[in-house]
Design a protein. Structure first.
Ligand code: TRP
Length: 334
């Protein structure tokens, strides 16, 4: 809580190309719930360097992601949209919280194990303490709610544990954050392997719809989407490919799965795939147009970057000073 307002924090990494899954599963949903909270939406670039990045590429992607937050409909006058690296409090609080986190806890993090296996040549300490930085992100703003996907739940749980541990020693310093439990976004899966989630790091470009894909590419990818040989459009776990297409169509058109099933009753897969492709194209077009427009307005985006980093720093510093005092750092002389 800040004052009498509930706080919402979330962030995304600027690595890889954002997919339809990121949009329908997270970003679009943020826009719907943002009005009810004091919000902070960060481009978490400090997290990105736990994996080796090309500097020019990271800078470009970070700016694109920040622009995309706005293109998706988050009003930067109301929602604090900023780069994590522009607010030094994230790294400062993360250091302190590192001293309240156990090796054993971090050793249990499944994402660390996955990423360590994938990047065996660069298992750096930052990758290991990644969840502590995420805890700092959330606790720095006294966030009440954090919309996260299933894959980040373990990180939210450790955030709560760290906050409770700290509060037990020093009193009520941190708000204990909850996962956002309202209407969550759709869970979109890979078009080539519907058992997996749609991922921006998938090696097969046909598996994911990227937010900047043009209409032809979108349609082509849906035509190639993996389905099954049942030849019936039914929403059931035994037909994960069709289920995924129904979810995508539903998320784009606002229709429930039953409605979609009724609409395509007796139709063939080919026709259905085309309809899904067209619904996605219609969904992405305004986003792409707005993104293109915003990208051209360098001064406007620069202004947002500056003013929102200042706003975030204001709130971050408040929490940080309190924490520094609690742990016994000397007062600043003014
Ligand atoms: N780790 C998150 C992800 O990869 C991104 C993230 C960083 C985040 N800090 C956060 C998400 C704080 C929510 C809250 O998806």
């Amino acid at each position: 809580m800040i004052g009498d307002q509930k706080v919402l924090f979330s962030g995304m990494q600027a690595t890889g190309n954002l997919t339809l899954g990121n949009y329908l599963g997270a970003l679009k949903n943020w826009v719907h719930i943002a009005d009810e909270y004091l919000t902070f939406f960060s481009v978490v670039d400090l997290h990105s360097i736990t994996i080796r990045q090309d500097p020019a590429e990271l800078r470009k992607r970070a700016r694109n992601l920040l622009t995309l937050y706005i293109a998706a409909g988050l009003d930067p006058e109301k929602n604090c949209i900023y780069y994590q690296s522009h607010v030094s409090g994230h790294a400062e609080l993360a250091w302190i919280l590192n001293c309240f986190t156990y090796m054993g806890e971090l050793n249990r993090m499944t994402q660390f194990k996955d990423k360590a296996a994938k990047h065996a040549d660069n298992i750096n300490a930052g990758l290991f303490t990644y969840p502590v930085l995420m805890a700092a992100d959330i606790l720095l703003y006294q966030a009440d709610v954090v919309p996260v996907g299933k894959d980040q739940m373990q990180h939210l749980e450790i955030t709560r544990d760290i906050a409770q541990r700290f509060n037990a020693v020093y009193g009520d310093v941190f708000t204990i954050p909850e996962p956002y439990l309202g209407k969550t976004g759709a869970k979109i899966r890979s078009l080539q392997d519907p058992e997996k989630k749609m991922s921006k790091s998938d090696e097969n470009p046909n598996a994911s719809i990227y937010l900047m894909d043009d209409a032809d590419t979108v349609i082509r990818k849906f035509k190639r989407a993996v389905t099954d040989s049942e030849a019936q459009i039914v929403y059931r776990d035994e037909q994960p490919g069709i289920q995924n297409l129904i979810d995508i169509y539903g998320a784009c058109t606002g229709k429930a799965p039953e409605e979609v099933v009724r609409e395509f009753d007796g139709k063939g897969y080919g026709e259905f795939k085309m309809a899904v492709g067209e619904a996605v194209v219609a969904q992405l077009r305004p986003l792409q147009e707005r993104f293109a427009q915003l990208s051209k307005d360098k001064a406007y985006i620069d202004g947002i970057i500056k003013s929102n980093a200042e706003k975030a720093s204001y709130y971050a510093t408040k929490t940080l000073r309190k924490v520094q005092k609690k742990v016994g750092f000397p007062d600043r002389i003014r």
